[in-house]
Design a protein around this ligand. Sequence first.
Ligand code: NAP
Length: 488
Amino acid sequence: MVSRLIPVDPFDLVIFGGTGDLARRKILPALFRRFCAGQMSPDTQIIAAARSALDTATYRGFVTEALNEFVPNRACEEGTLAGFLAIIDYVAIDATGKDGWETLVERIQGNRVRAFYFSVGPSLFAPLAERINSYGLSTQTSRIVVEKPFGHDLTSARALNAILADNFDESQIYRIDHYLGKETVQNLMAIRFGNMLFEPLWNSQYVDHIQITVAESVGVGGRGGYYDRAGAMRDMMQNHLMQLLCLIAMEPPAKFDPDAVRDEKLKVIRALDPVQPHHIVRGQYNAAPGDEDAHPSYREAVEDPRSTTESYIALKAHISNWRWANTPFYLRTGKRLVARSSVINVMFKDAPHAIFGQEAGRHANVLSIRLQPNEGITLKVTIKEPGPGGMRLLDVPLDMSFAEALGAEGEDPPDAYERLIVDVIRGNQTLFMRGDEVEAAWGWTDPIIAGWQARGDVPKPYDSGSTGPGDAELLMKRDGRKWQGINP
Ligand code: NAP
């Protein structure tokens, strides 16, 4: 199936941090793919900005290398790369000083859409917002895209929101959470609110519990310094997992409109109960046995033999509202786990009465929403085992893989950044976090972190390549439940 492509009008995009890792791996490849697909006009202008003194030709060489590495399979015509490079420019600029700003002002003229992508460390978000405004670059058509992390806690998130609000209207601020750009995440809303089938069952009467797993097989890698100050709670739970929880649990918005959707998500966060300390498991990974050099322990990776930061967290959350009373949400995320896998499992209750007798066994439906890898949705249903020999039951998947259903042959499905950048240009904030949402999420996680600090909590060790600490299994077992497997 070929998706309908609606071109976007020419625009100006400034990527602050244009020489950084995120620009190289995600932003530039996403822009190139949209250019390849014919969605971006050749009149568009992309200006990369960073402190390094590069000329445009050198920067275009950097872009070419990045695209060769991260977009090796190209479905576009030869010559498209040259066309893409032609719309790219570079300006050396200091986010904290005066250098380069006048040049940037000269390069951006007219009143078409102009987007400023803050792909720099969080300490530069405020200085950038202030300078964009003070140099007169903020117009009615300007918007800013702010990367994660958005704050370190509620106080810092509030302070950052206040500085952004001094310089921009909330309608101009796009706080990015790339999980929301995934095809499956939007399909989750389509499945819930576009079908009659699921919504009547989407409540505590029919859903036993919900599991959200975001497992990574990699360790902290080169991000050790940042990660050790953050941990899994701040790096993953407060943003990505909370966002997924909101989309799964929210009430149907009156319309698919940015504020209507975000109002409903906010209500979910506000309805979350504080988490009991015995409903949380923190973990920290050990080195891979026999492969310690390639895969060192967490403490070695962050170069702090006494670090008590968690690289894994599992918790049980409750949403105190009519729909979800008594349906727990189990959330877990961690590094150096057995596989890279992000899945939401909606675990339905058993049938109320087993008419097929003991030997048929117990069977319950599971709706699995896979975010990565292989985005798709599977519904596990129970059928009769084929053949003679009585009524034995079997669970089989009804599978809908988006790569097969929606992707053109030989092409990767669109990356989340492609969709999100196009949404920024179109002015659609539905898949971006609003300031009050981010603050509410910190309001829920801050007391949990404060509790660990007060108690001097130390994470449980777990083996690299495992499913996490054994206590996470116990968290489920105590409730008579079990985690679904972490499968690649
Ligand atoms: P990075 O590789 O360290 O790149 C930082 C960029 O900022 C470089 O281009 C650097 O270039 C520029 N920069 C630093 N100081 C500057 C200044 N004073 N003025 C202007 N430019 C300056 O970082 P990154 O990994 O790309 O991450 C960027 C942001 O995205 C961070 O907020 C990060 O948390 C977030 N993020 C990254 C990833 C990822 O996969 N990398 C994923 C999610 C979120 P110069 O040194 O030449 O100035």
